[in-house]
Design a protein around this ligand. Sequence first.
Ligand code: GDP
Length: 197
Amino acid sequence: MSLFSQLEFRYAVHQLADMPPDDGAEVAFAGRSNAGKSTAINALANRRKLAFVSKTPGRTQAINFFDMGNQCALVDLPGYGYAAVPRQEQARWGELISAYISNRNSLILLVLVVDARHGLMPLDRQMLTWLAPTHKAVLVLLTKSDKLNRQQADAIRRQTEAELARHPGETAVQIFSGTTKAGVRQAQAVIARHLRK
Ligand code: GDP
């Protein structure tokens, strides 16, 4: 898919003041540290090392911007919820992420990467709370689905869809695996559809 073949790293932003101009169309990826966000981005882009797959969870602290051509960007938000990160540092990321999600005009779709074995966790719900007033779209990738059987995957999908019913924007839930590539094509199609809007 051409949208994803053009991805190129552009900026790492550590503080709000350094945010690039807010004048394009952005798809942002968020998720708990170790949920599989980097692996999901690499699978969607069909690259092995575009996003850094961490050996140490919680290391990707910046907001990373990747150009996709045509004024479109993929935005990799810092993973959250890693207990070993000092509280003060976690609070700083929270401020950066909340400011981005709440205020970024260019954001058109938030992709929330969630471990399918756990489903939505409190910090994931926090992302949805920040997104809700903007009425913007969210796609939840229930990743590591290769670790579940069919019934378990269906159950977590239904449970997640029920929770998302409260979100005042468009929602989609996709069973996903960066390992088996399950759901990659479907997720690419959702993202491409939003970027064409
Ligand atoms: P991030 O911190 O959210 O970016 O997570 P990573 O992409 O670095 O993945 C965290 C760990 O989960 C790594 O050991 C990955 O190999 C593993 N992982 C990620 N996605 C999958 C998946 O779909 N299936 C399985 N079995 N493991 C995965």
